[in-house]
Design a binder for this molecule. Sequence first.
Ligand code: PGA
Length: 247
Amino acid sequence: MTTRPLIAGNWKMNLDRAAGTALARELAGAVASASAFEMVVCPPAPYLLAVADELAGSPVALGGQDCHTAASGAHTGDVSAPMLSDLGCTYVIVGHSERRADHGETDTIVRAKAEAARAAGLVPIVCVGETEAQRDAGTTLDIVGRQVVDSVPDGLDGATLVVAYEPVWAIGTGRTPTVDDVAAVHAHIRGVLAAKTPDAAAVRILYGGSVKPSNAVELLAVANVDGALVGGASLKTADFLAIARSV
Ligand code: PGA
C-alpha cells in the first residue's frame, strides 16, 4: 500500500481533447515512478480514453469525476464505476460540492457512489466541506464530521479510500483557510474516520480549494494533510507539477 501524498487534478468541465491530451502527455513525461508523490488526473468523461492512451506506461493515474450508484441500467447520460474501471481509471471523485449543489447529491447518494466505486475496484475520493455560512456560524467541524460519517462507507482502508476536505467557499475563489483551520478540520476528519476503520491513520486526507504553486508548500506541510485536490491550477502543466513537487 502506498502512503505517498496524492496530488489529484480535477479538470472539471474544462479543456478539449487536444488540450487535455497535451496536458496528459506533458505530465506523463515529467513524473517519475520514484516521485515523492502519487499523481492522478480526472478529465471529463468523454476524454478519459484519449487521456488514458497518453498516460499508458507512466505512473500518472487516471480518475473519473463522478460515477453512478448503479453498475449499469437505464440512467441516460450517466457513467458507471465499472465503465470508468474499464477505461483504465483507478480513482473516482465522489460528492464534489459542485455535484452536491448542481445535482442535489446527498450524503446518502455520495456514500452509495463510493460503495459502487469500491465494488468496481476503484478508490473513491470522497469530498466534504462546509459553506461560508456554515463556517461563519462556527459549525464547520460538526458539518464536516457529519458529512464524513454519512458519506464514507465503513470498513475501507488506506489503500481503498481517500477523503478530500474542500471548503466550498475556497473552491475557485483564490481564498484558503488558515493553516490552523486546515489542521483543525483534518485532525477532526481523522478522528471521525477512526470510528469507521481501524486503518484511519493510513487514509489519505487531501486538502482542496484554491491550491496553487504559491500556497502548496504551506498547505501540504499541515499535519494530517496527505495531498491536494486541485482544480484550476491542475489545468496548467507547470503549475500542477509545481504543486506536486511541493510535497
Ligand atoms: P480549485 O478547485 O483548485 O479551482 O479551487 C478545487 C476543486 O474543486 O476540486
